[in-house]
Design a binder for this molecule. Structure first.
Ligand code: MTE
Ligand code: MO
Length: 253
């Protein structure tokens, strides 16, 4: 499968391998078999829709377990500058030459949902907030990883500044290219979760998410939205571009 023809982890046609993996997990984790799960859920495993519902329910249950195991203080590994991957790879659901060209003079970060101050932000205003750098490893679910050097505003600082309800469940992101994703609040407040403006000592290059991307080293790559256009705080599950096609939503690393 080429990088351009990405497929979601769970498709109707892929159920057989999905079920084999699920069976193995059930046995390992809870000594429950797939047959027993089918009995419990009243689900006939020949019926794709019913199988799909069970797999989605298991994935959402998995989200809740992962959220409980997530440590608010445990840091993702950081690396020496000599380890930075050059050139840093590009990935998206389209080819590199289709990455959105954004005019920074008109770009604004829109803010909505459970926040006190919904004023939009310019890049300059974001740069005036405290900045923090990190050299961390980006891990893509497709089987590659790369070390990069990002710098920007801790998302926690930004959420505090806009008067976000920090007891809300989710922070969602909408991007200039139709991509979208979301985080649990604990991950949004994690000290290494950044609204990144720079890569190395330069503004993010276009393919890597200019002018703003989320850098969250405690999550898989697809939960690092690039070209962010809007941030919102909500208690309603926002999903994501790949998450809605079957990738596990929590996807911690
Ligand atoms: N806006 C947007 N953000 C995105 C994507 C995308 O297609 N569009 N792809 C995701 C995936 S699957 C990966 S692996 C990383 C790739 O980031 P990079 O191009 O900086 O390596 O971006 C993530 N964020
Ligand atoms: Mo990815």
């Amino acid at each position: 499968m080429s990088a351009r023809e990405k497929k979601p982890a769970i498709r109707l046609a892929d159920h057989r391998s999905g079920l084999v993996k699920l069976e193995r997990r059930l046995l390992l984790r809870s000594s429950l078999s797939l047959g027993a799960l089918a009995m419990l859920s009243g689900c006939n495993l020949q019926d794709n829709d019913a199988v799909d519902k069970v797999l989605w329910a298991v994935s959402r249950w998995n989200d809740r377990v992962q959220a409980r195991l997530f440590s608010r203080t445990k840091l993702a590994p950081t690396y020496a500058a000599s380890r930075i991957t050059q050139p840093f790879p590009f990935n998206a659901f389209y080819a590199e030459f289709d990455a959105p060209e954004i005019d920074v003079s008109t770009w604004r970060l829109e803010v909505s949902g459970l926040v006190r101050n919904k004023s939009p932000w310019t890049v300059e205003q974001l740069r005036a907030l405290p900045q923090q750098g990190q050299i961390t490893r980006h891990i893509c679910i497709e089987g590659w990883s790369a070390i990069g050097n990002w710098r920007g505003v801790p998302l926690r600082t930004f959420l505090e500044r806009i008067g976000a309800d920090l007891t809300a469940k989710y922070v969602g992101f909408k991007c200039a290219d139709r991509y979208y994703s979301s985080l649990d609040m604990a991950t949004a407040l994690h000290p290494q979760t950044l609204l990144a403006l720079d890569f190395g000592s330069e503004p993010l290059p276009t393919p890597l998410g200019f002018p703003l991307k989320l850098r969250v080293p405690t999550k898989l790559g697809f939960k690092n939205p690039k070209h962010i256009a809007a941030v919102f705080v909500t208690n309603e599950y926002p999903g994501g571009y790949w998450e809605d096609q079957g990738y596990n939503w929590f996807s911690g690393v």
